[in-house]
Design a protein around this ligand. Sequence first.
Ligand code: NAP
Ligand code: ZN
Ligand code: ZN
Length: 348
Amino acid sequence: MTTVAAYAAPAAKAPLERTTIERRAVGEFDVLIDIEFAGICHSDIHQAREGWGTAIFPMVPGHEIAGVVSEIGPGVTKYAVGDRVGVGCMVDSCRECDNCKAGLQQYCTGSGGPTWTYNAVGKDGQPTYGGYSQKVVVDENYVVRIPDGLPLDVAAPLLCAGITTYSPLKHWNAGPGKKVAVVGLGGLGHMGVKIAAALGAEVTVLSQSLRKKDDGLKLGATHYYATSDPKTFEHLEGTFDIILNTVSAPLDFDAYLSLLKTDGAMVNVGIPEEPVHILLSSVFGNRRSLSSSGIGGIPETQEMLDFCAEHNLGAEIELIGADQINEAYERVVNSDVRYRFVIDTATI
Ligand code: NAP
Ligand code: ZN
Ligand code: ZN
């Protein structure tokens, strides 16, 4: 066991504070990672504040982890000391169900599903702790390689925001000739814009206001509309092949579904804390689909990192010290993030 400095929420809705946690001894197939950077995802806030239901405390959030391997177990074959690596939302799964065998570990149907990086219990019966800490021990099969061309700080957010947008954009065939709308220009949304544009799609941002319009166009969007303006919905009716909704709060889904073409798909990746309602008439008229997607499997996460390195796509980040985490949480909740806060874990 190793004692490691971390930032934790001691209880639901309590501010995060510095603490220490124990990491397990490096096992046969484990790698020890010296964490350099950890992104702040809105999911960290939903969980630290119990917005999604009862959680495990103390909680060390963080599932956008980038660092360097500093020790390996005797059975490790994929990584060596010094390798640049990342860890996302999962640190284990059953490895035997059809989804695990297909590389879709995020949809593991084994008992308990995937082992989440934090706010979960590992196979050793101990709580898992995330990336707001200086070191983590992870089985090599749940670690990915960060290509040399990607700096670790801008790569960290790709481990959740990158894969959560890449996976549905690929699955619903975003590419040349396709019109993609990204709803919400936050952490996920800004990566959705970059990745959809790199895939060759024509990208529109639908944001609450026009205040981030210049940024949206620089990130790769061709069009940018304010959803606070009712004319936006009239003007864009029946326009999109794909709508990627990244908003953390409930929306008027019927209004957004009306923007899809016949056979268009709205893919929801935002996970609001309250239920949403839709009228079935919003989908049946034009054979529209309403779907959702959760992060991505380990092989696709590696594919996404390689794609981002090839296209020179890192996240737009604001690097912060650990003592600014609570302030950053408030800014994320207020949609005041451009576009991902990343913790320099050396400051913990
Ligand atoms: P974020 O950085 O806070 O971005 C969310 C964006 O949604 C905001 O920047 C804002 O964009 C818009 N928004 C916020 N409140 C709104 C409201 N009341 N009405 C309309 N728009 C609003 O959050 P994130 O880290 O990207 O995460 C977004 C959501 O995805 C969260 O619910 C998170 O838990 C979820 N998530 C899901 C997965 C998955 O696997 N499915 C993975 C990661 C995260 P504008 O200012 O441009 O309007
Ligand atoms: Zn996340
Ligand atoms: Zn499984």
